[in-house]
Ligand binder design. Structure first.
Ligand SMILES: Nc1nc2c(ncn2[C@@H]2O[C@H](COP(=O)(O)OP(=O)(O)OP(=O)(O)O)[C@@H](O)[C@H]2O)c(=O)[nH]1
Ligand SMILES: [Mg+2]
Length: 283
């Protein structure tokens, strides 16, 4: 993590589902009529590549990174991840703005997207997260009451060190931006001005890989043991040599399955290390 002395400029990344209002929020933060981020009402991704804008807001330099939305269908390994990764290699971040559209059910897909962010960016991401609710104009009750009515929404907010904030992106009133910047400054202080870095991301990826390997090996070994065990029971009943041979095959399948997954994991780990080596050694 990056440490003292604190950097005067604030780096933020907007993350969230497709159509949640990331680009519109980026435009609100930057203010004025420029609207550098393309926003539109569409079921498919409007933002196709991550874009960075640097602006002076209330006398402070703010870098805003707008990202590709996580889609409803597949948030596992998408172009979004590659795009976001590229940005993380260049910019250390003070805050992730986790953009969630209000007045829409917090569905399984959205929960999945939040989980994806947490898994892929690691526990450290939550230390830098502010939940940014959009469509504040459609809110018909106090935000506290709205959040308290959904267990999963409450949980996301409670886990995010920076709390939450509401934007109405149809309103040009800059006081909502001033409030957001105050919250981000409190978060920066809370984190002693350390930033989320590419190293945090690499560690999260390694941990994810270890978890996948462990699950893969367990599943591979488990299947082998179950099949092998079943065959063993069969041996007792039939007492045949042919069945006994099957035990060996089943056990082999189990072991091979686990080993193959492990090898896959090691190969991916080597890939990450190689990439890091390349980066560390470029000028
Ligand atoms: N009424 C209202 N509309 C909003 C608000 N925020 C965003 N929108 C609209 O919602 C639509 C989607 O917003 P975008 O900012 O393009 O969403 P996005 O998350 O960038 O979408 P992708 O780039 O496709 O991932 C646009 O038509 C916006 O104008 C808001 O606070 N209130
Ligand atoms: Mg967008």
């Amino acid at each position: 993590m990056e440490q003292y002395p604190p950097k005067p400029e604030v780096n933020m990344m907007l993350l969230g589902m497709t159509g949640s209002g990331k680009s519109a929020s980026g435009n609100t933060i930057i203010g004025g009529h420029k609207k550098p981020f393309k926003e539109d009402f569409s079921p498919s991704s409007v933002t196709k590549v991550c874009t960075t804008e640097i602006a002076e807001v209330n006398g402070q330099t703010i870098t805003v990174i707008d990202t590709v939305g996580l889609s409803d269908t597949d948030v596992e390994i998408t172009d979004a991840q590659t795009e976001i990764e590229k940005k993380l290699q260049r910019t250390n971040l003070d805050a992730f703005l986790l953009v969630i559209k209000l007045v829409e059910p917090f569905t399984n897909e959205k929960r999945k997207a939040v989980k994806w962010i947490q898994e892929n960016f690691g526990a450290n991401v939550l230390k830098h997260t502010i939940v940014l609710f959009t469509h504040g104009d459609a809110l018909r009750e106090q935000i506290e009451i709205y959040v308290s009515r959904s267990q999963s929404l409450r949980s996301v907010v409670e886990q995010s060190s920076g709390g939450y904030h509401v934007f109405n992106n149809t309103d040009e009133d800059q006081s909502q931006v001033t409030e957001l910047l105050k919250k981000s400054e409190s978060l920066r202080m809370k984190n002693k001005y350390s930033r989320y870095t590419e190293q945090d991301y690499a560690e999260a990826q390694k941990a994810l890989l270890r978890k996948k390997c462990a699950t893969g090996a367990a599943v591979g070994g488990g299947v082998g043991a179950v099949v092998g065990g079943g065959a063993a029971a069969g041996t007792a009943a039939a007492g045949g040599a042919a069945v006994a041979a099957e035990i060996g095959v089943a056990a082999l399948i189990g072991a091979t399955g686990g080993a193959a997954l492990l090898a896959m994991g090691v190969a991916t780990g080597v890939y990450f290390l190689a990439r890091k080596y390349k980066k560390d050694n470029r000028d």
